[in-house]
Design a protein around this ligand. Sequence first.
Ligand code: ADP
Ligand code: MG
Length: 377
Amino acid sequence: MAAQRVAEDVARGTKQTARVRVAVRLRPYMHMQDQKGEGACVRRLDTKTLEIINWRNATETLQYQFDVFHGEETTQQEVFLSSVKPILPHLLKGQNASVFAYGPTGAGKTHTMLGSQEQPGVIPRAVRGVFNLVKAKEREHEGWDYSIGMSYLEIYNEKVLDLLSPSAQDLPIRENKDRNIFIPGLTHTPLSSFSNFHSHFIPASLNRTTASTKLNQRSSRSHAILLIKVVRTQRNPPHRQQTGKLYLVDLAGSEDNRRTGNEGIRLKESGAINLSLFTLSKVVDSLNAGGGGRVPYRDSKLTRLLQDSLGGSSHSVMITNIAPEYTYYFETFTALNFAAKSKQIVNKPFVRETVTVPSVQVKRSREEQEAGRSGEP
Ligand code: ADP
Ligand code: MG
């Protein structure tokens, strides 16, 4: 089937574009996020499917299916092994890859990508993984020399900022004759080891966090993009050289910024966030629909930068982070509609695993009726 499809694509002269794999990760329930004590409104059904209560009609649940569903008990190690580790070997063959964390603020994007010292996330595991793969290749003596380097940037208000050299603002994005995307003037730092990576990455991340407290949670309003580049060069003539790029992206919060009553600079930010996330969703949809139609990469800085590492011959995975509490219901709903492969309405009451006190449930069902009347979502 796949071979036939490629043959057809070649015959039609259309370039084959790779699907973006979509994983969804549900973070554990947090009491702090649930002041009304309502329990969870989302739960896992199996390794690909979840169900969420239908707010409009509590006798129904909505079931969504993805490439992978990671329930709340999933460890950082499991997320890495299933969604990220398999794509790393491609970097050593000159192919590109990208991993995104998408979802509303508070749903676990930074936990997934960065994690903590005790529970390291995708970024430290992937960088360590790349170093290990390169070491193993070098032991095989195949005649290639490898070098690893990093860049670290932020897209904020449709501007590219260099996090390794904070004075560089609003850098341009260009495309060379080989259709590779690059940013002239962006700092590229060669890396000798994982601990060397750590020593550059941590201070740069702190740069970002400091700015965020001054500028009111800027970290949830910008896209943080780590680029790991693997270059391999043939030791003997003709000294061929291949470059593989890995983008590791902690996206801006996907909450509906129009609903938060933003004004002034906040409103400008909201416009930029909505534009880039909306464009990203159009790009992913267009890649996953196949058919070789125009993919609207140029409509935002984020997708333009990722053009050579998202679709085409590259390997991409989107990890959509969601939270189980009712506070997040509408944001979760939006995120799921972006991520889902399929959606089904099932006529049965939501099975509650966290049982709450009856008085609270009665109160909620009245609120549900009111919300139902107002026509949301
Ligand atoms: P985001 O970056 O999407 O705004 P965070 O990653 O900051 O969200 O997560 C919000 C809070 O939830 C943090 O305190 C984080 O440590 C915690 N958290 C998120 N995901 C998990 C998880 N899978 N397991 C444990 N704690 C988590
Ligand atoms: Mg975050």
